[in-house]
Design a binder for this molecule. Structure first.
Ligand SMILES: [Zn+2]
Length: 170
């Protein structure tokens, strides 16, 4: 849904529109992350809050977006929690933020409750079919698997991911 690179003005228009629930959830998430020792900064390029530098319970895998807040679990080679904006290559970081911003749009479209439940159910079903975490999740696929850092999904072809499991069964 956010696959093609939008124009700068298009991006600005998109960023202006955000549901109150999306903002509210982001504020709560940032407060939660701060309580766990994360640092908090604003990422201008996508209009999101980025929390980093600590493990924050509730955030999954390499990081999770809640409304307009991205809680990052980015680590360096030594396993220390670091700022993805400083640690990642600039292009890689921008891809990641575009991926997380796509999740913010999903919050706006569906609201936190429907998105939360939809995401969870999606992940459960995908897991039951043996797909690697995130790879068969429609919300991750819509946000872009590669940009999101899901490098282990292979081609990301849904049919082949789900076929993997039936091959195991047979
Ligand atoms: Zn994602």
């Amino acid at each position: 849904m956010y696959g093609s690179r939008p124009s700068e003005s298009g991006k600005a228009v998109l960023q202006m529109f955000s549901l109150p629930a999306t903002y509210l959830l982001g504020i709560v998430a940032a407060g939660w992350a701060k309580a766990w020792g994360a640092k908090v900064r604003f990422e201008r390029s996508v209009g999101m809050v980025v929390c980093y530098g600590a493990f924050v319970p509730g955030a999954a895998r390499g990081g999770t977006t809640f409304g307009r807040t991205f809680i990052s679990h980015q680590k360096d080679q030594n396993g220390n929690y670091v700022d993805p904006g400083e640690y990642l290559e600039p292009a890689r970081y921008q891809d990641l933020m575009e991926h997380e911003f796509a999740h913010t749009r999903q919050y706006d479209l569906l609201g936190p409750v429907v998105l939360g439940i939809g995401y969870g159910v999606n992940e459960l079903i995908a897991n039951a079919f043996g797909a690697p975490p995130g790879c068969a999740n429609v919300f991750e696929r819509a946000a872009g698997l590669e940009k999101g850092g899901y490098t282990y999904c292979g081609e990301g072809n849904l049919r082949s991911l789900l076929r993997r499991k039936s091959a195991d069964v047979n």
